[in-house]
Ligand binder design. Structure first.
Ligand code: NAP
Length: 259
């Protein structure tokens, strides 16, 4: 399917690895000009090189921590008027409610709620003025189904979901959509570090934790960053203008509810 977004410009945050990288790869294949950001130079440059191999569109890599004001300013300076914004950052550390200090909660809210809010705030009016915009927040299935071992994530991401809900309706008349993509378990570094922590806490081996984790997914496998990126690219397409204010689960059937 022709997605109709060749020549558009996109910011993809936290895109040197994992799900952000999957989004960048899918958008590059559609001919979208990309500004990608991550903190570590090596993986960022490697991903930028791969992206340049996929497309003649412009690929700009910004080494930046998007959870800082300076990092966001650097990204926005490279692309002040994006047509597409994919917000993303590393997830908060695992653990249970009472283990965390207020500073831990503040950090999670800063990284996974305030950061996307700041980026959206910087670009959404321009998108509305130009009559096209696609905003995707990478959040988590923890928004739909609390994860007992990831309580910082449960809270901060649900806060973001609430924060953009009315804005999505306000932006809709201008062909600007805002959707949240909720990954279940995907095959990235993040899930491996979560499994490692779960193994440490429970005294089980990482292989056991991983096997049980995969067994609990009806699809009996992890999702791939390519699948995630393809969904994101469709939501960014010209065909997806009627899909907004949605929380879209990609979890291989793991969410146990009917709706
Ligand atoms: P990942 O494989 O660990 O990749 C994280 C990417 O984000 C890397 O490119 C990393 O590069 C970059 N990054 C992290 N913090 C950053 C920051 N402050 N500024 C800029 N870039 C940053 O993780 P992932 O699995 O793709 O996860 C992406 C998001 O989805 C996370 O918030 C995660 O919690 C959430 N999620 C993932 C899963 C899953 O199963 N994978 C499930 C639910 C939710 P640098 O470290 O070099 O900056």
């Amino acid at each position: 399917m022709e997605l109709g977004i060749a020549g558009r410009t996109a910011i993809v945050c936290a895109a040197s690895k994992g799900l952000g990288r999957g989004c960048a790869m899918a958008l590059a294949r559609e001919g979208v000009n990309l500004v990608i950001a991550a903190r570590g130079a090596e993986a960022l440059e490697a991903t930028a090189t791969q992206l340049r191999g996929l497309t003649n569109a412009g690929i700009t890599a910004i080494q930046a921590d998007v959870t800082t004001e300076a990092g966001r300013a650097a990204v926005l300076a490279a692309c002040p008027n994006p047509d597409i914004l994919v917000t993303n950052a590393g997830g908060p550390p695992p653990g249970e409610f009472t283990q965390f200090s207020l500073d831990d909660w503040r950090a999670a809210v800063e990284n996974n709620m305030i950061t996307p809010i700041a980026l959206i705030g910087a670009v959404v009016q321009g998108m509305m003025n130009r009559g096209f915009g696609r905003i995707i927040n990478i959040t988590s299935y923890s928004v739909r189904m609390p994860i007992g071992s990831l309580e910082l994530s449960n809270g901060a991401r649900a806060g973001l979901t609430g924060a953009v809900s009315a804005l999505a309706r306000r932006a809709a008349p201008y062909n600007v959509t805002i959707n949240n993509l909720l990954p279940g378990p995907f095959d990235t570094d993040r899930i491996r570090s979560n499994w490692a922590k779960a193994a440490e806490v429970s005294g089980r081996s990482m292989e056991d934790v991983a096997r049980d984790g995969v067994k609990s997914i009806p699809a009996r496998r992890l999702g791939t960053p390519e699948e995630f990126g393809a969904t994101a690219a469709f939501l960014c397409s010209q065909h997806a203008g009627f899909i907004t204010a949605q929380n879209i689960l990609l979890d291989g059937g793991a969410y146990p509810g009917t709706m």
